[in-house]
Design a binder for this molecule. Structure first.
Ligand SMILES: [Mg+2]
Length: 348
């Protein structure tokens, strides 16, 4: 039988998000001197007259990234800005502008879009960024939001994913896993509501984790804190896909290994109690949950005195030689290889 090349069908789920990006962009060449860093980090880096500019963009799709049955439009507008700013901060840069584009179906009245934009306006105000443009078009498949965020950083102060060295300390901000557990509670209540619309759930015991899902914040404060502490991370990334995925990015791009200590992973008590209720392992949630929008970075051991005892920062491990691999050191002192979970969006 003759194979017709046009008949080849490769499933996107076989490549995963990052494999897909590598595949689609492998022939793109950088030709401008002003492009310092192109595809492959949290944001691109450009340089004009010694000033470095970072640019990052995200696309949020209804039914894939958000569910309007429990996501208020105002929160969605807020979150769409925050998740992009998180990538700017992950470069150690200051966010300055955003553009917002939407595609929207007739299902949405003007009042709904006003809600969405009220959330965008609130985030722009709180994070002090200018909304400078965008595009508005129609859609046949619900709501799509694309935000591009722009930031600036003094040349040489930007932080990439590829600078970690063996023996560097691995540090994370805030706590992990809450956004994922918030989503589990919201999904459960949605199912309960389908069966009995009169049921009024008591969400008070889950207030923190639900807020982390519906109205996350990006760590603008940490970029400022690091500047005040006079600490420049050797590598940095934001935690959007889950701790294990982000650690793998840093290790792969920095060509180092890592020991991550299970008992050091910061968890909020509400995450622990909700994990018990759902019978889910809290470490698995922190490793693979995602959407925490905390910053994960590595620092030289010499900087340890500057960050120790800071309540915003937790040392969760240290980097090793690449040959030693990536491991989770469990509470029982066993070593489990850290593996990528793959990308959920393309899974069928
Ligand atoms: Mg990122």
């Amino acid at each position: 039988m003759i194979e017709d090349k046009n008949q080849q069908r490769t499933k996107l789920s076989d490549l995963g998000e990052f494999g897909l990006i590598d595949h689609l962009t492998k022939n793109f060449k950088i030709t401008h001197k002003s492009t310092v860093k192109g595809i492959g980090d949290d944001a691109a880096v450009l340089e004009f007259n010694k000033k470095r500019i970072v640019v990052t963009t995200d696309l949020l799709v209804e039914g894939v990234h958000f569910d309007l049955s429990y996501m208020p439009l105002k929160h969605l507008g807020y979150k769409s800005i925050v998740v992009n700013l998180s990538d700017v901060f992950a470069m150690n840069a200051k966010a300055t502008q955003v553009t917002v584009s939407i595609a929207v179906s007739n299902r949405f009245p003007l009042e709904a879009l006003e809600e969405l934009y009220a959330g965008i306006e609130t985030a722009a105000h709180i994070y002090n960024v200018d909304v400078i443009g965008g595009d508005t078009t129609s859609s046949t498949t619900g709501l799509l939001i694309s935000v591009t965020a722009i930031g600036e950083v003094e040349s040489g102060l930007e932080v990439y994913r590829n600078g970690a060295k063996p023996s560097d300390l691995l540090v994370v901000t805030g706590d992990l896993g809450a956004a994922y557990m918030g989503l589990q509670v919201l999904e459960r209540e949605k199912e309960v509501y389908k069966v009995n619309p009169n049921n009024q759930p008591d969400l008070e015991p889950y207030s923190y984790i639900i807020e982390r899902q519906l109205k996350p914040e990006a760590r603008k404060d940490v970029v400022k804190l690091l500047e005040e502490l006079d600490v420049k991370p050797t590598a940095m990334i934001d935690v959007s896909d889950g701790l294990s995925s982000e650690i793998i990015h840093i290790c792969k791009q920095s060509e180092v290994g890592c020991d991550l200590y299970e008992d050091k992973i910061p968890l909020d008590p509400q995450v622990i109690s909700t994990c018990e209720e759902f019978n889910i392992d809290s470490t698995t949630v922190a490793l693979n949950g995602g959407e925490d929008y905390e910053l994960l970075f590595t620092i030289s051991q010499a900087d340890y005195p500057k960050i120790k005892a800071n309540p915003n920062l937790t040392i969760i491990g240290h980097m090793k030689d690449a040959s030693e691999g990536l491991h989770l050191v469990t509470r029982a002192d066993t070593r489990i290889p850290i593996k990528a979970q793959g990308w959920k969006n393309f899974n069928e």
